[in-house]
Design a protein around this ligand. Sequence first.
Ligand code: ADP
Length: 273
Amino acid sequence: MSIEIENLTYTYMKKTPYEKDALKNVNLKIEEGSFVAIAGHTGSGKSTLMQHLNGLISPCSGTVKVDGVDINRGGKEKIKARHSVGMVFQYPETQLFEETVYADIAFGPKNFGLEPDAVDKRVKKAMSFVGLDYEQYRDASPFALSGGQMRRVAIAGIVALEPAYLVLDEPTAGLDPKAKHDLLENIRALYRKGNTTIIMVSHNMDDIIGLAGRIIVLHDGCVAADGMPQDIFKKNDILQAAGLRAPHLTQLLRQINEQAFPVRSDCLNKSDA
Ligand code: ADP
């Protein structure tokens, strides 16, 4: 099982003076069970790539396959494959709308037609994953919570759908250091449970360190580097070109020593293996 991207090219505003090639012949395979970070400067194509993973936008050329199914062709199978990819966009709390935390997290599972008991279980589980106490917060208004807690509710709403692949776009953007740390710990715990493949978009190497087993660096719509963190962090020229800063050496050494999620060799592009 994997997400396979082949020769993916995407151009915005084609045949206008504003035409922009956002992705240029991208080839990637993301194996089930991996924790992959997608890093790169603003404008490098991260969001465009991410939006291809569940069919929000379709390639100008090339294919995106989820568990072998081309998500831009065919019928029911295509929809099912798209649903196995959960998307958490930047500042997801702006999309909260229900009166209670419970109702907001339950919205997706209910829409998928789950029975109330099953919805209940999903909400409890998702809240525990994001570190929100069920009894304490279930009836709270999401709008009465702190920024970090609102972010957790929004993420729980996607986690409750139990996607096989969870894509998080800059999940810590705008959070204070404590909320940021706590959220990254929650993401780590969710990954450790073992049922979710995580693809985390970030331009912050400090967020990625200690979490991702593989880093894909995008630069100007191309894959500039793809490999294990300790190898990527050595590629100073690529990091610099992509506007990324290598983490502090001691932090890197700690991460390598404690490496919780060694990358599987079959997760790497052949050229990097
Ligand atoms: P990132 O997420 O890495 O910041 P994006 O995928 O948002 O990068 O953008 C890649 C390139 O595509 C950028 O040059 C950006 O200006 C351009 N772009 C993104 N969205 C649009 C759009 N809706 N219309 C035109 N150009 C866009």
